[in-house]
Design a protein around this ligand. Structure first.
Ligand SMILES: Cc1cc2nc3c(=O)[nH]c(=O)nc-3n(C[C@H](O)[C@H](O)[C@H](O)COP(=O)(O)OP(=O)(O)OC[C@H]3O[C@@H](n4cnc5c(N)ncnc54)[C@H](O)[C@@H]3O)c2cc1C
Length: 427
């Protein structure tokens, strides 16, 4: 049977020690079978275990193998779409609920880290950096908007202030969110997996769900075993493939790439990011970066529609890094990798229920570190019969990508090219 290792990355190289878990080889029975051990699956499993459910997690490869173990590590609050856009689409009542939840994921991460003593280099403070006065105006209105939903911890940064927190000449201003921050993402996932097991949950690795037998008593099949469950949670996101065909039509896996420098040393690291905040710019095709605990710069950006793996990641990302930080021109890149996130047309998460007992959450389209933690809580609430917050997500409208399976990738790339041009010319 295939044994899929972690892809080579800085995170895999600096991961905390963790057991490799056995593949499922039996027939087992449980209350909830969770498919996928990324943040969505692990957060769901933890909330369910804390509420007395028996939980079995099936992971096709290793815990945190997908985006959760490869991402930029940025704790960015809210969704990949502004709340006022959501409000125009779904009305004030549903927007109110979604707006109130927009900063909950970051709180959940901090609670998890504290409660289960997870060693994942958690740091507070995230900056949204504006490259143009128009982007700065957008941040100002976003601050007002978030304050309407009770999120009052945000600070606008003028040009002088942003130079104090980011050693980069490009920005005209920004916004600081001290409830944002950053983590070592794979170590967060590994710590959450250990917490799942400490509460009696079981995780099988190298155990892809290959078929779901639907019905009143659903069964999930793996190559060598099966799980009979009362409920199933589908949390395979961009790595799910066609296991649940209804979900594949309205979402599209996309690749995004990250590089990691050699250790920069204290002085240079401090010159780039004196307070050790993480930063993302306000472009549609955005750049994001932060320091690691051993003072490397992790820099990500760019999107490959359709999730093809690019041949030379360093050639794509390094020029972006040097544009922000020309002083890094002689610095060596130690790691470069790619990972897939799941895009929806609205850029809002795809959440729902198939029949009575199959639940899913996927497709948060980029800003997933916080949302996926919230999703676990909301899914667990729904399984306990409290579905108001789940329904607020499940009622979001979703549409298939234009062009069907064949043409959706070039269509989406064309759209992104257009937005890329707008970014370039500051439109
Ligand atoms: C390179 C990169 C950088 C990013 N940076 C950031 C960032 O800085 N901040 C941020 O907020 N978001 C970021 N994101 C997005 C964020 O990482 C994701 O939204 C989030 O991790 C998704 O979590 P998930 O659990 O839903 O999916 P994943 O973490 O992808 O987990 C899905 C898991 O399901 C497993 N699986 C799939 N199919 C099956 C099956 N049939 N049976 C069993 N298991 C299965 C996979 O192996 C995988 O482990 C980034 C994403 C990428 C790729």
């Amino acid at each position: 049977m295939a044994n899929t290792p972690y892809p080579e990355s800085y995170y895999a190289a600096s991961a905390n020690a963790a057991p490799s878990r056995p593949a499922l080889q039996d027939d087992v029975e449980t209350d909830v079978c969770v498919i996928g051990a990324g943040y969505t699956g692990l957060s769901s499993a933890l909330f369910l275990l804390e509420n007395g459910f028996r939980v079995t997690v099936l992971e096709a490869a290793r815990v945190g193998f997908g985006a959760s173990g490869r991402n930029g590590g940025q704790i960015v609050n809210s969704y990949s779409r502004d709340i006022d856009v959501i409000e125009r689409s779904v009305g004030p009542k549903q927007a109110q609920l979604l707006g109130q939840m927009a900063f909950e994921g970051g709180r959940i991460i901090r609670e998890r880290v504290a409660k289960y003593n997870i060693q994942c280099d958690l740091k507070d403070g995230g900056v949204f950096a504006a490259l143009t006065p128009k982007q700065m105006g957008h941040l100002e209105s976003q601050k007002r908007l978030w304050e309407r939903f009770g999120h009052t911890q945000l600070e606008l940064l003028d040009q002088r202030r942003i130079r104090e927190v980011v050693g980069c000449e490009q920005y005209v201003g920004g916004m600081l969110d001290m409830s944002g921050g950053h983590i070592h993402p794979l170590n967060l996932a590994l710590g959450e997996a250990a917490a799942v097991e400490s509460l009696g949950g079981t995780i099988y690795e190298q155990s892809p769900a290959v078929r779901i037998e639907r019905g009143a008593n659903p069964v999930v099949h793996t190559p060598q075993g099966k799980v009979r469950a009362k409920f199933i949670i589908v949390a395979g996101n961009a790595y799910l493939g066609n296991l649940v065909p209804e979900l594949a039509a309205k979402s599209m896996p996309c690749g995004t790439q990250v590089i990691t420098t050699e250790p920069l040393g204290d002085e240079l690291a401090k010159a780039l990011l004196p307070q050790d905040y993480c930063v993302e710019d306000c472009n549609y095709l955005l750049d994001y970066y932060r320091l690691t605990s051993d003072k490397r710069l992790i820099f990500g950006g760019g999107v490959v529609y359709g999730a093809r793996d690019p041949a030379n990641i360093e050639a794509i990302i390094r020029p972006k890094m040097l544009k922000a930080f020309p002083q890094l021109k002689d610095v060596k890149i130690d790691y470069a990798w790619t990972g897939n996130f799941l895009l929806t047309l609205s850029r809002l998460p795809q959440v729902g229920r198939l029949g009575d007992n199959i639940y899913y959450s996927q497709g948060c389209s980029g800003h997933g570190v916080t949302y996926t933690h919230l999703a676990g809580k909301v899914l667990a609430e729904a399984l306990r019969g409290q579905a108001e917050r789940f329904d607020a997500f499940a009622d979001l409208p979703h549409y298939p990508f234009p062009g069907g399976q064949l043409l959706r990738t070039p269509f989406a790339a064309l759209g992104a090219w257009y937005y890329g041009l707008r970014d370039k010319f500051g439109m």
